[in-house]
Design a protein around this ligand. Structure first.
Ligand code: AMP
Ligand code: ZN
Length: 112
């Protein structure tokens, strides 16, 4: 996806502060953090939205959760983080490459 900002980060075409990378997954700090710890965990495969995940993606999406937990532990928020996927523009999705927000270290300021 040449016009996808997260694919460009994966390709190294635009910079990001990376926490973790392997052949399937990349984690990097959110450029506009909403809490003391706020990073994104993405698959290297371009999947636009959560609703576009299919059965062959099950292992990959499970891995997102596991890597997110590992990075949360390494950054001291294993007892205080939320994992959020926005799906669709109406729900606030701005970047249409699947990503899990890990937002932690702030207690629970959200109503939901
Ligand atoms: P969403 O609203 O769920 O699509 O979230 C997209 C997130 O990507 C936002 O929290 C942005 O701050 C973040 N973001 C956008 N561009 C970059 C970038 N170049 N590097 C890191 N985070 C980014
Ligand atoms: Zn992409």
């Amino acid at each position: 996806m040449t016009d996808c900002i997260f694919c460009k980060i994966i390709a190294g075409e635009i910079p990001a502060k990376k926490l973790y990378e392997d052949e399937d997954v990349l984690a990097f700090w959110d450029i506009s953090p909403q809490a003391p710890v706020h990073f994104l965990v993405i698959p290297k495969k371009h999947i636009p939205r959560p609703v576009d995940v299919t059965e062959p993606d099950e292992r990959l999406t499970g891995k997102l959760l596991r890597i997110a937990a590992q990075m949360a532990k390494e950054n001291g928020v294993e007892d205080d983080y939320r994992a959020i996927f926005n799906n669709g523009a109406k729900a606030g999705q701005v970047v249409f490459h699947l990503h899990m927000h890990i937002i932690g270290g702030k207690g629970r300021p959200w109503p939901m």
